[in-house]
Structure formats: C-alpha cells, structure tokens
Design a protein around this ligand. Sequence first.
Ligand code: URA
Length: 235
Amino acid sequence: MIRVDKYVSDCTALSRRQAGEAIRQRRVTVNGAFEGSPDRKIDEATAEVTLDGAPLVYARFHWYMLNKPEGHVSSTDDPSGPTVLDLLPPEKRAGLFPCGRLDKNTTGLLLLTDDGKTAHGLLSPKKHVEKEYFFTVARPVTREDAEALERGVDIGVCVTKPCRVVLLSDTSGTITITEGKYHQIKEMFKNRMNKVTSLKRISFGGVKLDGTLPEGGYRALTGEELSVLTRRQEQ
Ligand code: URA
C-alpha cells in the first residue's frame, strides 16, 4: 500500500508536492471516484488511478524522456559540472541513470531509467538500436560525402556501420546510426573534412523526442513508448 500522492508522482513527471496539489484540485480519481486526500493509502497492484482523465500505469521501473540542454553531462555524478539528473527534482533521482550518452554540447532525447536490464539490452551493440540526430555542419555536405557516410567511414577506433543520411540543406540534415561510439557523428564528419556545429538527438529505438518538451524539460514515457522500447530490446 502506498500514498496516492506517491503513486501519482511515481507514474508521472509531477513531484510529490505537485501530485498533492493535483489531488486537492480533484484531478485524480481512484477506482472511479475523485480522491481529495493526498495521504490516502491505496493498493498500487490493483488500484485504477487516473490523472486528468488519463489512466496511470504503476510500473516497477521508471522511464523518463529528457530534452537535454547543452552543458549537462550524461552521467549520474560529475565533479566538473551539472549532470542530466540535476534537471529532475531530487526526490525523482533515486536509482536513475541515463540510458546511453550524449556529449556535453549535444542536445535532445535522452532516456533516464532505473531499469538496468532493459537499458542494457537497448545499449547492446548486438541490438543495432537506431538513433536519429539532426545535425548542422560548417561546410556543405556533397552527395559523395553523404554516400561515404552511409557506407561507413574510418573514425580511428573502427569503420562505422552503414547508416542513413537525409540532407535538408547544404549544411544540415538527419543521420541515423545504429552504433554508439565515442563522439561518433563528430568523428564521421571529421573524416569528410567537415565539422559538426550542432547535434540534437530526435529519436531513440523508435521513440521520438516530444516536440512540446522545452530544453531541460522531461516527462514519463507513455505506456505505448515503453512497449515500443521493450519490444525493440527483445528483438
Ligand atoms: N555522436 C556524437 O558525436 N555525439 C553525440 O553526443 C552523439 C553521437
């Protein structure tokens, strides 16, 4: 049995205090009836809870989508500056870690979770999970450049696996890779005598960055997004 405010906070991006406010504002139902007391105890295994009419699913693990801003390190602890976990309220951080890494100056979709097994599966090189990025570069990308990147280029540690490049202008486009080597996309463009000037991840394993999330904003994954990821990890 747990308190309703904890249940709502655990299932959403709301802090305990915000969940309590939502309950007092009668935005929450438990088993079909409006609930007004944040401290009411409910059975998390069987209770049917809604927030603003949408059913909540109480899961053992937590999954959040973060729109990472520049300047935050993708780790749980870093003495040199703020980490991506600092973007969440302290009470939500326990046990969470980033599922993968983005460079300090890369922005966009980063998943945060406490589900080590699924995260490990998604990050395994054997799973070839697709990661799509929007890029801008300093010099025009020729068709020859795009084809070479798609075939694979030497980035020192390896020759990259085939990927997909879609040009949106001379100096911008999207690139979809299935690996996660250190500074991979920057190194790939370096091989073509070019320089990445900005990089934003827009999807991971079939889950797209929510365009309504401001930079630094986060939200819980929906049940549908979570099942896309779980299915992807099982393949
Ligand atoms: N490739 C990079 O170069 N940097 C990132 O952050 C992600 C992919």
